[in-house]
Design a protein around this ligand. Structure first.
Ligand code: ATP
Ligand code: MG
Length: 138
């Protein structure tokens, strides 16, 4: 079954100008890009997007980081997209990520880890809808 998942190329990766390499890896892995845009997250949007982490000790640091520069948000579609994309990006902490994964290749630390990925089919749908209206998706 086709699933949607949301990729965010985080501010660290955009600062390093490696968004092109990341998009290439995602395309090569067979994901279809339904929508893509570069945006600057507001404090309020970052806070809302990461609301599930509100009680975690890193919440404030995470929101500050995600609003520290532009990000690229990408709506992706593929068979089994959620699990396959999380496998492609690797573990949250690049030190624990498998060889060849996006975070192993491009992430600097557990907090500045290059990309976001939705963690369930329901959140994939919800997170794509957070950034894209249906008419913006091809
Ligand atoms: P993402 O949701 O960004 O795809 P993830 O699902 O691998 O990453 P989560 O546990 O959902 O990881 O954490 C969300 C984000 O919060 C992480 O990607 C990272 O940027 C940051 N983060 C997670 N744990 C820590 C931590 N211990 N210290 C600092 N930042 C953290
Ligand atoms: Mg997560």
């Amino acid at each position: 079954m086709n699933q949607r998942t949301l990729c965010i190329i985080k501010p660290d990766a955009v600062r390093k100008k490696i968004q092109g390499s990341i998009i290439q890896k995602i395309s090569d892995a067979g994901f279809r890009i339904l929508g893509m845009k570069m945006i600057f997250l507001s404090d309020s949007d970052a806070g809302k997007f990461y609301e599930i982490h509100k009680e975690r000790p890193f919440y404030k640091e995470l929101c500050t980081f995600m609003t520290s520069g532009p990000v690229v948000v990408i709506a992706l579609e593929k068979e089994n997209a959620v699990a396959d994309y999380r496998k492609l990006i690797g573990a949250t902490d690049p030190a624990e990520a498998e060889e060849g994964t996006i975070r192993k290749l491009y992430a600097d630390s557990k907090s500045e880890n290059a990309v976001h990925g939705s963690d369930s089919e329901a959140n994939g749908i919800k997170e794509v809808a957070f950034f894209f209206a249906e008419y913006e998706l091809v």
